[in-house]
Design a protein. Structure first.
Length: 610
């Protein structure tokens, strides 16, 4: 079946084929892998001995313009598997294309697209002629492992973008430059927020003191909201028995994205005594046939054990258990990206156990909490996705009737949320449907952050019960929810959202005191003590420098507020407030007035003024 794409995707997909055409003209020995469109452009993975440079990209781009000017037609050819193999051999693309051909399921249509001299195994679709590609730009080249597996060869991935109009391309390039300035990896280094160390392991975040302040403030913020909503906080260990995750279904459903089991030493010793070979041991580990433990990929099975530890009446429900729980997922190294794609992350996780009659109200409460989080941080550019099961997929577990009920309730709750939403079949978790909040960054990339999920399945698998008005056992419904999602990803997105210019309540350093000269150092010290007593995060710049240099340093380090004091201010018992977050926090005032203004701003969790 011919794949359907949007007009923009067709332009970008066609541009990737033009890119491949130009590469082969300039580098005939290149071996091609894949070249799909993406949310922001396109890329092509290429195996080439020559290391591509910025100058090479300019040459390739110039050759692409020639191909477009030739106005080559994109022709679709549907062929048999035997014919496809012959075409691949004749094209000389025998290193990766046969493997991609093998990915096409038996019985599915095999198609190629040809433009000019270039022919590529491709499901489509494309524009009719190359001249339809009006505005494009090659952006960069990076390493990418074949099929995203670090055990495979690293290819060169050429990134580009394309738009229907030149004006759209120009605006995107402007946004891209802004995104580079806001890149959380760059700002994270400059502001000393976090570190990723090879000695610790890629995808594992070391929160530095300044970053830890931001994380703790966010945790305190959400914890206060949870207390208002009747949640109880719990703590659970980082590892659990393998059998727990077999019962939940996380093993083996998510086996490829989990760290390998940690084998029980006694069981391992018995197998060694029995002469178990390495190959047999590997298979037993993969199949989960040996007693052991897992780095937890999810918190929910442990919260379930807390629920199960007591007998519950319908009068006890809903029960809301919350935890900042760290979980571990195995991500391919090629997929890791700063704080936004990691191998160890902390979820602001909670699991609610309720009666079926309480489900709708509890979901609405969860959604309201996510909206509160987003609005408090000025994150308005997001969409809501209702993830439903794909009726043609076998990955989902549980009773179809329960799925229908859960999906219906989520749809109704999404309607009442008051924001636009889309339904996306296939985006449900294996145990139930969900609502995701997907935020956009400055260049339009989307990041899934908050999530609310309904689950009839795990209560069934673990035999959860509550006693109803009839004094008989009944099955509760479970809700999984995380307003931030992952603390790591959320903070990474937040760094870029604010461009490092955090509101006062979140800023690692809220105020910097800048004395004009050494003559007022004692006065500056008295200001420091007053602000510290008010629990304001404050430092004093004691450098023997001119005022301008001190102010520039504070601005570079993105300190939101500065208190400048000289001999005049000392004589009058006043200070001069300078602000990066709004005019309301500027001007001359007494120390007590300054403290009051700052505390009011923090208490209101005020956002920086535009």
């Amino acid at each position: 079946m011919k794949a359907q794409m949007t007009p923009l995707e067709e332009i970008r997909h066609s541009a990737s084929h033009v890119l491949a055409t130009a590469v082969l003209r300039l580098f005939p020995d290149a071996q091609l892998d894949i070249g799909p469109p993406t949310d922001n452009g396109f890329y092509y993975d290429i195996d080439l001995e020559h290391q591509l440079t910025a100058e090479d990209l300019e040459k390739i781009e110039a050759e692409m313009k020639k191909v477009i000017k030739e106005n080559q037609r994109f022709e679709r050819k549907e062929v048999s598997r035997e014919e496809a193999t012959k075409i691949i051999e004749e094209s000389g693309q025998t290193r990766y294309k046969p493997g991609r051909l093998a990915d096409v399921p038996e019985g599915d249509t095999i198609s190629f697209y040809q433009n000019g001299e270039f022919i590529d195994l491709c499901a489509g679709s494309h524009v009719n002629y190359t001249k339809k590609i009006k505005a494009f730009k090659l952006l960069s080249v990076a390493g990418a492992y074949h099929r995203g597996d670090e055990n495979n060869k690293q290819l060169q991935r050429i990134y580009g973008t394309a738009f229907p109009k030149k004006e759209e391309l120009e605006q995107y390039l402007v946004n891209l430059e802004e995104a580079k300035k806001r890149d959380h990896r760059k700002l994270g280094r400059e502001l000393e927020l976090f570190e990723i160390s090879d000695a610790v392991g890629q995808g594992l975040i070391l929160w530095k003191p300044a970053g830890a302040v931001i994380r703790q403030e966010l945790q305190d913020f959400i914890s206060e909201e949870l207390r208002k909503s009747g949640y109880d906080q719990v703590f659970t260990p980082h590892i659990g028995k393998l059998g727990l995750y077999k019962t939940s279904g996380h093993f083996p459903y998510y086996q490829d994205s989990q760290f390998p089991p940690i084998i029980d030493r006694d069981a391992l010793g018995e197998l060694a005594h029995e002469g178990c070979s390495c190959a047999e041991l590997s298979n037993k580990i993969k199949d989960g046939d040996i007693d052991g433990y897992m780095l937890k990929p999810m918190n929910c099975p442990m919260h379930i054990q807390i629920y199960k530890s007591e007998r519950h009446s319908y009068r006890d429900l809903p029960i809301r258990l919350a935890e900042f729980g760290t979980v571990y997922r195995w991500e391919q190294s090629g997929e890791l990206n700063g704080m936004t794609r990691v191998r160890g992350f902390t979820q602001d996780d909670a699991h609610l156990f309720c009666t079926p009659d309480q489900l709708r109200e509890e979901i609405e409460g969860c959604l309201s909490l996510v909206k509160t989080v987003f609005s408090s941080l000025g994150m308005s550019d997001y969409r809501v996705r209702v993830g439903l099961r794909d009726p043609d997929s076998s990955k989902y577990v549980g009773d179809a009737q329960n799925w229908d009920a859960a999906e219906s309730i989520l749809r109704d709750a999404a309607k009442d949320l008051g924001v636009d939403f889309v339904e996306e079949p296939g985006e449900a978790a294996f145990y139930g449907p969900k609502i995701d909040f997907v935020a956009k960054d400055v260049i339009g990339r989307e990041w899934q952050l908050g999530t609310v999920q309904v689950d009839y399945n795990l209560p069934e698998r673990f035999g959860l019960e509550y006693y109803g008005t009839d004094n008989q056992p009944h099955r509760p419904v479970m809700i999984h929810r995380a307003p931030f999602g992952s603390m790591e990803r959320f903070v990474g997105v937040l760094i870029e959202h604010f461009g490092g210019n955090f509101p006062v309540w979140l800023a690692p350093e809220q105020v910097r005191i800048i004395p004009i000269s050494e003559k007022v150092n004692d006065y500056a010290d008295s200001i420091l003590e007053k602000l510290k007593a008010a629990k304001i995060r404050v430092t004093l710049d004691r450098h023997d420098e001119k005022l301008g240099a001190k102010i520039r340093r504070a601005e570079t380090e993105r300190v939101p507020l500065m208190i400048v004091c000289g001999e005049k201010e000392a004589a009058e018992g006043k200070v001069s407030l300078r602000s990066r977050v709004g005019k309301s926090l500027e001007g001359s005032c007494t120390i007590d007035e300054a403290v009051g203004k700052i505390l009011d701003n923090i208490a209101a969790k005020a956002l920086p003024e535009a």
